[in-house]
Design a protein around this ligand. Structure first.
Ligand SMILES: Cc1cc2nc3c(=O)[nH]c(=O)nc-3n(C[C@H](O)[C@H](O)[C@H](O)COP(=O)(O)OP(=O)(O)OC[C@H]3O[C@@H](n4cnc5c(N)ncnc54)[C@H](O)[C@@H]3O)c2cc1C
Length: 379
């Protein structure tokens, strides 16, 4: 790179923002990540992710982290089970040898890998951004929650669904999809929940029916993550933790084992309402500002694309910055590829959400998974 921006501010230390910082670092370019969480362990990082060769793993490769990823990944996590609501099995695909196309990794391990790869001090923990502006001279600036202001040559919004940077570029707001995941977790399943561990297997188990689902993932630390998936009004699961019984009542005639995955959760079920930005969300160029990941293209998780794309965005933006002479040319190149790529995945994610939770969702999911297992990428 001939003329590196002198200061790059990345808002958000999720998988996208950290990948950007890491790949910039491999090109010898410094950046600062402003992250609202007080520390890496402030918030539970969620379940497991399968990383696609063309997106998540390509991004790790750009950051020189592919070998470390292989050490941390769980090849057995590729096992896939599809059940009907009475517990009968429609599909059981064992994990492909070596993890196949999309090996699984726990989110906390992946975020830890990225964090450990950055120079000390790159991430400023406990730095919540309240707002962002662009000065009349065309220079972006952040105002932090404590009132401090920070100017930068390049500002990247990697701050997820409710981005504070997005309003600089677009009026778009995430819209509720009509679907909420009730997030629960079972601990010590090898000893305390052996029958449920067998039901879920070593990877992901989908049970679908009645326009609902119980989706369970085996994750590291001998745990199972369970997402009870329901179509409810946006306000049904408000900020209060929802009583387990209220969720169970939505699955009255489901198999006892599937109900136990909900009922036996350690701790309260946490509502995760699914929001999405409009498919094809884009913006006009604003000097010195761009977005990546969920801030740019929030989509339902039903195609397993969001984290993979956030990482690819980060790697591609870093590459553009490193290989272009000025920031604006780099941002134009990055966004020219970003918009169609994310529109395609957002449309697929919306289609999966719709299909899996239709009355005939079980059959549609079986068709999708069968073609995926046979080698077609039918995520
Ligand atoms: C239940 C569920 C399951 C999913 N499963 C998958 C899957 O299997 N595969 C897949 O690819 N994707 C999956 N996704 C999607 C994936 O989680 C997201 O797309 C991905 O995390 C987006 O990464 P990001 O870095 O853009 O944003 P985030 O992960 O949201 O990170 C944003 C960061 O910004 C910080 N932040 C926010 N606001 C501020 C602020 N004002 N100031 C400073 N910091 C701020 C946050 O604390 C956070 O650390 C799933 C999502 C959900 C909800």
């Amino acid at each position: 790179m001939s003329t590196a921006p002198t200061s790059i501010a990345i808002v958000g230390g999720g998988l996208g923002g950290l990948t950007l910082a890491r790949v910039l670092h491999t090109h010898g370019i410094a950046s600062t990540v402003y992250e609202r969480d007080a520390s890496p362990t402030t918030r539970d990082q969620g379940g497991t992710l399968d990383l696609d060769e063309d997106s998540g793993r390509r991004a790790l490769s750009a950051g020189g982290l592919l070998d470390d990823f292989r050490e941390l990944s769980r090849p057995e996590g590729g096992e896939l089970i599809l059940l009907a609501k009475d517990g009968s099995t429609l599909l059981h695909e064992p994990a492909p040898e070596g993890g196949g196309d999309r090996p699984e990794i726990d989110r906390y391990a992946l975020r830890g890998l990225l964090l450990d790869s950055l120079p000390r001090g790159t991430v400023r923990w406990g730095h919540k951004v309240r707002s962002a502006t662009v000065s009349p001279a065309g220079r972006p600036a952040l105002t932090l929650a404590d009132g401090e202001t920070v100017e930068a040559d390049l500002l990247v919004g990697a701050d997820g669904a409710w981005s504070r940077i997005r309003p600089l570029l677009s009026d778009a707001r995430p819209v509720y999809s009509g679907v909420t995941l009730m997030d629960g977790q079972l601990e010590d399943v090898g000893t305390r929940h052996r029958a449920l561990a067998e039901l879920v297997g070593h990877g992901t188990m989908f049970a679908l029916g009645d326009e609902k689902g119980v989706i369970a993932q085996r994750i590291g630390g001998d745990r199972i993550r369970v997402y009870s998936t329901v179509k409810v009004p946006e306000a049904w699961a408000d900020t209060e933790a929802v009583a387990t019984k209220r969720v169970l009542d939505l699955f009255p005639d489901w198999d006892d084992g599937l109900r136990a995955l909900i009922a036996d959760s350690d701790g309260p079920l946490v509502p995760r309402p699914i929001y999405a930005l409009p498919v094809g969300h884009r913006w006009e160029r604003v000097p010195g500002v761009t977005l990546l990941g969920d801030a740019a293209h929030l989509m339902s998780p039903f195609a397993g694309a969001g984290a993979n794309l956030a990482m690819l965005d980060g790697a591609e933006l870093a590459r553009a910055i490193a290989t272009h002479d000025d920031v604006e040319t780099a941002l134009t190149a990055y966004e020219t590829a970003l918009f169609p790529r994310s529109a395609t995945e957002a449309a697929l994610s919306a289609a999966h959400l719709d299909e899996f939770l239709r009355p005939d969702g079980l059959r549609l999911a079986r068709d999708r998974f069968t073609s995926y297992a046979s080698g077609d990428d039918a995520r």
